[in-house]
Design a protein around this ligand. Sequence first.
Ligand code: F6R
Length: 259
Amino acid sequence: MEVVILGSVDDVDRTVADVVESVVRAGPAVLGLATGSTPVGAYTELARRHREQDLSFARCTAFLLDEYIGISTESEQSYFTFIRDNFVDLVDLDGASVFSPDGEAADIGAEARRFDSAIADAGGVDVQILGIGSDGHLGFNEPGSSLRSRTRVKTLTEQTRRDNARFFATPDDVPHHVLTQGLGTICEARHLVLIATGAAKADAVAAAVEGPLSAFCPASAIQWHPHVSVVLDESAASKLKLADYYRYAYEQKPSWQSL
Ligand code: F6R
């Protein structure tokens, strides 16, 4: 696990975009896309590189982490719409190659299994962008989630519903349930890139990176993974005990070694 602490949110966005760009330029890539506010700057930077530097996503496939139950894909509040508006429509990624779990499927259990199979059939995710919830969730694997879980229904905590109320007309409109990739599913991606910015994420980041591996902090599941980059601004890193060591290790990083 490599922890990268950067001076500004712009630096975070550029660094994450660098990782995605190198995978995309290397050949047909399978991208794992998080929604929520945190990765939007990186998506905007990738869209700029698409416009100005010929970065093409035409050969990419993308899978989303999660979707609300009972919200149609086409609805304004769906995560599918979010990623379409904030990334897919800004680049040359074919919308037909972007997949999200169907939160309106008649048989949600079958849909969850189908989604996991679709990721496997695509060859697995090359690079998975992740945000983190203030309660330590990854995807929508809330505290108590099995560390080896597969895609399934989860009940959102009240804290997560409050955090996400900004995307809805009223807090009561935030659904209680989601279909989310499990921690086991997420950890099958070849490279995890966890992004966090702002002081509100500092406790969750410290628990995920330096706390015990525990279902109490689902994001701590990244500690199992052989290739994780945790990209933070100073505020999100402010509760890390080993922050000085992470900065030193990043400064000493050999020039031939990328994230
Ligand atoms: C979104 C997702 C969530 C968010 C997390 C942080 O697809 O899976 O885990 O990454 O809730 O959300 P923001 O970035 O809005 O703080």
